[in-house]
Design a protein around this ligand. Structure first.
Ligand code: NG1
Ligand code: ZN
Length: 550
């Protein structure tokens, strides 16, 4: 029975000591905080990823170093499980324990206890593939990670600077290599080839779409989109903007998917590039979120968010399933969170089953796996479509009875290739949207008119202890602090079309308040009044009560 290489871990760990005053937590987005504080975390994640791989019989684990849409000074790291999915939830707690061991000796004890509790066979190989986004702190964090991998003797593969979804793709491709369910070539080229070939087949014979403006958030999506554009050739023209990946401070600054969603505005840098009627879209800093938009004929900004993408895509897939003659055998469902616009939920629920789950990709992903075809999108633009293994098998073996059925069947098969089913992928989702627009001959205007968004407002409240906020019913209701939900209900009743909910953020030390109502001014007012209630219940210092919380 092998044992942990204590000496190697010990001496390398000494080079990556934990700052004594900090506590780290593996949350919905992995570890995420100021990049300059993460050195010890990265070293330890290296060791942990290797242990996870050993636990899973040497299957390859992924490590992604990114802080997504956060400002440039932040960074983070998350683990990717062998099927390309998020780390299994029970390991989030192990990661937190390992990251918080105070000294090297405590770390060795924590690792030893993990190995014993989980009965990890240390004689198994450890295989890890890792990548990072363009953040300046990434380089040194990767070297801390490499020290962790070296300390435990893992076989490591450096996937360089790439997007989060490409890393997820690679993990799945590596683990399915040569198997019947092979996900594709385990290289970036394999990814671009798979997506672009499926796209070309899906748009063959359709009128070519106008060029699409792509805001790359000055992040890693810029280089990925540039490579993708080459593979796409003249099947789709991408005009890339915000591609300054080396300009200090530019990443996610006044651009990108999160800027668009939270401000509900066009990035100022695009003002001179987007003509009225033209489609534009924004990626986030690691290219796993996507927001579309256009300017109407009066020049007003119109946002097409994750909910609008879900509506467009789900309706299209339902239609193709029907055309293929498979409606009885293949059921399509949608998964949303409480942040989905009420109008989108109404639109979708009239057409297919819709489920609401708590915030966090893992919840959406797992709920989507319960459908034959599960479409999930967060309003912020993170999402994908999952085809169950049985459904993929059915598509591969079904005998169509008419040429029309055969065409629809081929479209569905090509969609399984176009869509990155491991995780939300801005580039894959972008091609998916473009396919549907090409098939429906929709511009942004027709797409937008599927339903009208209810005006809404999202605000943050800084409170003494956000853990005092506990929710139920997929985060739509508070059970604690006691009495607060009743006050919110009383307030909401006063607003036409009113809906509001409060939940603690999983990624920031704040409580989020969401509100929607029939009119914009009412949605704003409701959000600020509920925020006021939250602040008064849990905020502490009344003198610091933000003025806008009426
Ligand atoms: P929190 O901070 O828990 O609200 C945010 C997003 C989530 C998800 C995670 C992970 C909102 C309101 N919340 O979570 O949807 O994307 O970050 O990045 O957008
Ligand atoms: Zn992201």
């Amino acid at each position: 029975m092998s044992s942990l290489p204590l000496q190697a871990i010990k001496s390398l760990s000494e080079l990556h000591q934990k700052p004594s005053h900090l506590r780290f937590q593996y949350g919905t987005a992995g570890f995420r905080t100021l990049g300059s504080t993460l050195d010890s975390v990265l070293f330890r994640v290296g060791v942990l990823a290797a242990l996870r791989s050993k636990r899973l019989d040497g299957r390859t684990i992924g490590v992604m170093v990114t802080a997504s849409h956060n400002p440039e000074e932040d960074n983070g790291v998350k683990l990717v499980d062998p099927r390309g999915e998020m780390l299994e939830a029970s390991w989030e707690a192990h990661a937190t324990v390992i990251a918080n061991a105070l000294t090297t000796n405590d770390l060795l004890d924590a690792l030893d206890s993990l190995v014993r509790t989980l009965k990890i066979d240390l004689s198994k190989p450890a295989r890890v593939v890792y990548a990072r986004d363009t953040r300046p702190s990434g380089e040194s964090l990767i070297s801390a990670l490499q020290d962790g991998l070296k300390a435990i003797g893992a076989e490591a593969r450096d996937a360089g600077i790439t997007t989060t979804p490409i890393l997820h793709y690679l993990v799945k491709a590596i683990n399915t290599k040569g198997a019947k369910d092979s996900y594709g070539e385990d290289s970036e080229e394999g990814y671009y080839t798979k997506l672009s070939e499926a796209f070309k087949k899906l748009v063959a014979g359709r009128r070519r779409l106008d060029p699409l403006i792509v805001d790359c958030a000055n992040g890693v999506g810029a280089s990925a989109a540039a490579k993708l554009a080459q593979y796409l050739g003249d099947s789709l023209t991408l005009r890339l903007e915000n591609t300054s990946i080396t300009t200090p401070g530019a990443l996610n600054h006044a651009c990108g998917a999160d800027f668009v969603k939270t401000t509900q505005k066009l990035p100022p840098s695009l003002t001179d590039h987007l003509r009225p009627g033209q489609r534009g879209c924004s990626l986030d800093g690691d290219a796993d979120r996507l927001m579309y938009y256009y300017l109407d004929e009066r020049g007003t900004f119109r946002m097409l968010d994750g909910d609008k993408i879900a509506a467009l895509v789900a309706a299209f897939i339902v239609e193709q399933v029907k055309l293929a003659g498979l409606s009885d055998e293949i059921k399509v469902g949608v998964v949303q969170t409480a942040y989905a616009n009420g109008a989108s939920t109404k639109y979708l629920a009239e057409r297919l089953p819709v489920k609401c789950v708590p915030t966090g990709v893992k919840h959406l992903h797992h709920a989507a796996e319960h459908y034959n075809i599960g479409v999930y999108f967060e309003a912020n633009g993170h999402g994908t479509v999952l085809f169950s293994p049985a459904t993929q098998e059915k598509l591969a073996t079904h005998e169509p009875s008419t040429p029309a059925q055969s065409t629809a069947l081929n479209h569905l098969i090509n969609l399984t290739q176009l869509i990155n089913q491991t995780v939300g992928d801005a580039l894959s989702d972008m091609l998916l949207v473009e396919v549907v627009l090409a098939h429906k001959s929709y511009s942004g205007v027709e797409w937008d008119s599927l339903y009208a968004d209810l005006p809404n407002r999202l605000v943050k409240v800084v409170v003494g202890d956000r853990n005092a906020f506990k929710t139920e019913d997929a985060e739509r209701r508070l059970v604690s602090p006691p009495g607060l939900q009743t006050k919110i209900d009383d307030l909401v009743r006063k607003y036409e079309g009113g809906r509001s909910f409060v939940r603690p953020s999983g990624t920031e030390d704040v409580v989020r308040v969401y509100a929607e109502a029939a009119l914009k001014a009412q949605a704003d007012e409701l959000a600020f009044r509920v925020a006021g209630l939250v602040y008064d219940t849990a905020g502490g210092d009344a003198a610091k009560r933000p003025k806008e919380f009426l």
